[in-house]
Ligand binder design. Structure first.
Ligand code: ADP
Ligand code: DP6
Ligand code: CO
Length: 356
């Protein structure tokens, strides 16, 4: 018996983050995580902003434990318990004879896990760490489900996480059912469809936000009339227009919708009682710089969007616009000259040279 307890099985997965261009903000069911409106996001390159999670399972473990970026965190909240319960329910038999590992489906109920997760970008700072993190967790523990079912598990950990299981542009359909069976993420277009786009992340602050997305949206649902209007009247139309803009690669329409939706989401935060401020002065300066440049060009070169945090996600229409954008950003926020902007994260390093 003692011999049997020696094994530890390790599985590692990596999952990219996603940034919403039509925002999810508000739940109609807190327990199942069902949204009050559809949303659309773009999944970032898995080699850049991503989460890497390792799950260890062993009969020697006495309880479930989790470390996030090297620090132990509590697994007590619904976020993790829902995810772990769903994964356990679906985990399959494992047999690795050479290592002496044999796990029957029913053993997963009593086996404990140790989870270590690392985000290679700021956590809880509005760059969708919960999306990458919970989507990654859902992929582990020998679950042989299809992407759709994994996405539904991830959704019960963090709403935005259901979109990170697919690449390219992804829509989370809110659904109407009470049990959440029709609340699903679907791919709008794959990652190759619009590969002219270049995404630059301007890290304004890596500090953890004061109001988590979960509690921020709860307060907005309870107090903001603007959110009701947005969810019922504005977003349904924008979703149709955004899907069309993505499918036809209509950058001016895409930029107009993405910027307007980001601004309306932050207006909802201001319309919440007490108001929530996710953006700061530097975020506002970035918006002004992009707006003025787009106006001067006569047609949008760059779209901006801010999730629940001060950090800017800038989407340039092509490489040329990206290199000009970087030049401008380096001019207005020279590295080392002040603490306004901490760093830039860019998919393709060669654009840095173009901007030289
Ligand atoms: P963000 O804007 O980064 O998504 P949220 O407020 O939505 O911020 O969520 C932050 C929370 O998500 C963290 O406090 C933590 O509970 C959870 N989280 C972040 N990264 C991970 C991860 N890699 N694995 C598991 N949970 C994570
Ligand atoms: C502003 O998915 O982080 O990033 O479902 O409570 O975990 P929970 O919230 P979360 O909210 C994301 C909000 C957003 C917009 C978006 O990603 O659509
Ligand atoms: Co989040």
């Amino acid at each position: 018996m003692a011999e049997e307890k020696k094994w530890v099985r390790l599985v590692t997965a990596k999952t990219p983050t996603n940034i919403a261009v039509i925002k999810y903000w508000g739940k109609r069911d807190e327990a199942l995580i069902l949204a009050i409106n559809d949303s659309i996001s773009v999944t970032l390159d898995p080699n850049h902003l991503c989460t890497t999670t390792t799950v260890a399972v062993s009969p020697a473990f006495q309880q479930d434990r989790m470390w996030l970026n090297g620090k132990e965190i509590s697994l007590a909240g619904d976020r993790y318990q829902n995810c772990l319960r769903e994964i356990r329910k679906r985990a399959c038999d494992v047999e690795e004879e050479d290592k002496g590992i044999k796990i029957a489906k029913k053993d997963w109920e009593s086996l404990h896990v140790h989870i270590a997760s690392y985000n290679n970008f700021p956590t809880a700072a509005g760059l969708a760490s919960s999306a990458a993190g919970l989507a990654c967790l859902a992929k582990l523990m020998n679950v042989k489900e299809d992407q759709g079912q994994l996405s539904a598990i991830a959704r019960q950990g963090s709403g935005s996480a259901c979109r990170s299981l697919y690449g390219g542009f992804v829509k989370w359909i809110m659904g109407n059912s009470e049990d959440g069976s029709d609340s699903l993420a679907v791919q709008v277009t794959d990652e190759k469809h619009w590969d002219d786009l270049v995404i630059l992340i301007a890290v304004v602050s890596s500090r953890q936000k004061e109001t988590s997305s979960t509690s921020g949206m709860r307060e907005s649902v309870e107090t903001s009339l603007l959110l009701k209007h947005r969810a019922q009247e504005i977003v349904p139309k924008r979703i149709i227009q955004m899907e069309e803009a993505i499918k036809t690669k209509d950058f001016p329409a895409f930029a107009r919708l993405a910027c307007a939706d980001s601004n309306q989401f932050h207006a909802v935060c201001l319309d919440t009682t007490p108001p929530i401020f996710y953006m700061n002065d530097t975020s506002h300066r970035i918006i002004s710089i992009v707006e003025k440049w787009n106006l001067a060009e006569g047609t949008p070169q760059v779209a901006y969007t801010f999730d629940a945090g001060p950090n800017a996600v800038l989407i340039a229409r092509d490489r040329k616009a990206a290199s000009l954008l970087l030049q401008r950003m380096l001019f207005y926020f020279p590295p080392g000259a002040g603490a306004d902007l901490n760093s830039y994260v860019l998919g393709d390093e060669s654009i840095l040279q173009d901007a030289g």
